[in-house]
Design a protein around this ligand. Structure first.
Ligand SMILES: [Zn+2]
Length: 214
């Protein structure tokens, strides 16, 4: 497996602070286009604080509160790379799908980029599980806690306040949740950014060498 192009550009991502990576993630999500950098940084910081706190209150392996119910089942598949998928939470079937080929690709990428001190062996799978567990907890709470943490008011009528949802905030929170849960020094958001670019490069190269399949 080779990560041919732009390894230096990927490595340089490590220079970008997690807060800025969070703001960039939000920037890329529809409905956030018009928001200022300052606003996105604020939402990213609040989502990060929320995810970190949530991980502190529902430690790795705990079954969480009665609201969230049991931890979702984990089902492993191949075929994640072609779809550029690492994992996903299926709320309807109460399960976490993990894509083993993508996880192996990311583990290799960690070595290729010299990031092993940031993401120890096995942390990609563990972070994916914790990330999806965070989605499960946020979904079970109907995003009420996250919305309150973001404190982004749409309007106020007397004592009645309506809080908006910031698209992508659950992603930032889930990455922060995984980082805290596993005691990582960097948010897995860093690895996700690099992996997304590397997988795109891989898929583009494959499409170019197999034009008939596309
Ligand atoms: Zn996610």
């Amino acid at each position: 497996m080779t990560v041919v192009v732009a390894a230096a550009a990927l490595r340089a991502l490590a220079e970008v602070p997690d807060a800025e990576l969070g703001a960039r993630l939000l920037r890329g999500v529809p409905t956030n286009e018009a928001r200022s950098d300052e606003e996105l940084l604020r939402h990213a910081a609040r989502a990060t604080a929320f995810g970190t706190e949530l991980a502190g209150s529902t430690p790795c392996g705990s079954t969480a509160g009665s609201l969230a119910g049991s931890t979702p089942a984990i089902v492993e598949h191949e075929g994640g790379l072609d779809a550029a998928l690492l994992a996903q939470y299926d709320a309807r079937h109460h399960r976490i799908d993990l894509f083993t080929d993508s996880i192996a690709f990311c583990e290799q990428l960690v070595d290729d980029l010299g990031w092993r001190h940031l993401f120890p062996v096995g942390s990609v799978r563990a972070a994916a599980v914790e990330h999806e567990r965070a989605h499960h907890l946020v979904t079970a709470d109907r995003s009420r806690g996250l919305r309150a943490a973001l404190d982004h008011e749409v309007f106020r009528l007397g004592r009645f306040r309506r809080l908006a949802y910031i698209a992508g905030a659950d992603e930032v929170a889930a990455h922060a949740f995984a980082a805290r849960s596993l005691g990582l020094t960097r948010s897995p958001l860093l690895l996700t950014r690099a992996a997304t670019a590397a997988i795109r490069t891989r898929n583009d190269a494959r499409a170019a060498s197999n034009p008939k399949e596309n």
